[in-house]
Design a binder for this molecule. Structure first.
Ligand code: AMP
Ligand code: TRP
Length: 348
């Protein structure tokens, strides 16, 4: 991915990168390639905030005894993947009040019809939407608040977040319009492109790799040991045909497309280069080299994660200092937002 991120024409404020990951379950290869790897690539040249979104997590019940530990777990995954707390602000969402406050203001800007179109809610709620929390329905509004509380201009995420980012842009545009505050909030751009934006299940190439898939064989977790990673790749579903000869040979072969995409994303090669390296051969050797590649890239992260998790006090220190920094950035933006909306304040 190119680090030259486009500047929106009208918004004149500084560029800022924001992204969030929920502290639910352990992270997998899709999270690493779709999000964490991009976080690391961006931190050298941009002002970045990476947030562990525990307020989003509780839209579905979370065990209070485990939530804080899950937050540390994600923090450890960020750090182990190479996110550097000296360069990027890594903090927990619930520790910075701007998120919830701005979410309320945005609740009064976003329209019910917009939320009714959100496919992630429909997927998560299934047939029982009436029984879901109001928070789950409102989830994308809180996400807009996360981003805009910092006037972030760019948001590295996987493909599944595209619709939520469009909603954030709509909320920003409507706020700016309704309160006659042109360009007050930027219209945040998703940074989705690049290999790894949509990693699919190892058991079904039409479903995305997900923390919530009941089959652990469908995903490679960052906490899996080398043997487990190799086993999952060896057993990954393919089809009866040989390795494709060229990119046309990927049509209607979602599992094969996915494995080649993973190989390309991990090695820095293009799909076409991977195909020409293995063209027409059997899957056995390809899978065994893919397993070696995955282990070489991911097991140092797994090892480092355990080391960070062995020192929770250090993680808490990093999260605490970063929460202060995040509050420092967001408070003036909140104060301006309140003034724009006309709320009473002392000394008015
Ligand atoms: P979540 O675990 O749903 O909080 O997602 C954290 C980040 O990982 C988001 O930016 C997602 O878009 C990204 N992500 C999740 N699953 C995948 C996947 N299968 N492929 C690529 N990116 C993903
Ligand atoms: N909804 C995102 C996901 O499930 C997580 C998230 C919450 C997020 N707030 C965000 C991502 C702000 C980017 C920006 O993956």
């Amino acid at each position: 991915m190119s680090n030259d991120i486009a500047k929106s024409a009208a918004y004149q404020g500084p560029q800022r990168v924001f992204s969030g990951v929920q502290p639910t379950g352990s992270l997998h290869l899709g999270n690493y390639l779709g999000a964490l790897k991009k976080f690391v690539d961006l931190q050298d040249d941009h002002d970045c905030l990476y947030c562990i979104v525990d307020l989003h997590a509780v839209t579905i019940w979370q065990d209070p005894k485990e939530l804080a530990q899950q937050t540390r777990h994600i923090a450890a995954a960020f750090l182990a993947s190479g996110v550097d707390p000296k360069k990027a602000v890594v903090y927990a969402q619930s520790g910075v009040r701007a998120h919830t406050e701005l979410a309320w203001y945005f609740n009064c800007v976003a329209r019910i019809g917009w939320l009714n179109r959100m496919t992630q809610f429909k997927d998560k709620a299934g047939k029982s939407s009436e029984k879901m929390s109001v928070g789950l329905y409102d989830y994308p509004v809180l996400q807009a608040a996360d981003i805009l509380a910092f006037k972030a201009t760019h948001v590295p995420v996987g493909e599944d977040q595209k619709q939520h980012l469009e909603l954030s842009r709509d909320i920003a545009a409507k706020f700016n319009h309704d309160f006659n505050a042109p360009n007050f909030f930027p219209l945040p751009e998703p940074l989705i492109k690049g290999p790894g934006a949509r990693i699919m299940s190892l058991r079904d190439g039409r479903k995305k790799m997900s923390k919530s898939d009941p089959s652990d064989m469908s995903r490679i977790n960052l906490t899996d040991d080398a043997d487990m990673m190799a086993k999952k790749i060896r057993k990954a579903k393919t089809d009866a045909l040989p390795f494709p000869e060229n990119e046309h040979g990927l049509e209607e072969r979602p599992e094969v497309t996915n494995l080649i995409g993973i190989y390309a994303a991990l090695s820095g090669m293009t799909d076409a280069q991977v195909i020409s390296q293995y063209a027409g051969g059997q899957f056995g050797p390809f899978k065994s080299e893919l397993a070696d590649l995955a282990v070489a890239k991911l097991s140092p992260i797994t090892d480092l994660m355990s080391r960070y998790l062995a020192d929770p006090a250090e993680i808490d220190h990093i999260l605490g200092a970063a929460a202060d920094k995040a509050a420092e950035i967001s408070e003036p933006i909140l104060a301006q937002t309140r003034d724009i909306m006309g709320f009473w304040r002392r000394g008015l």
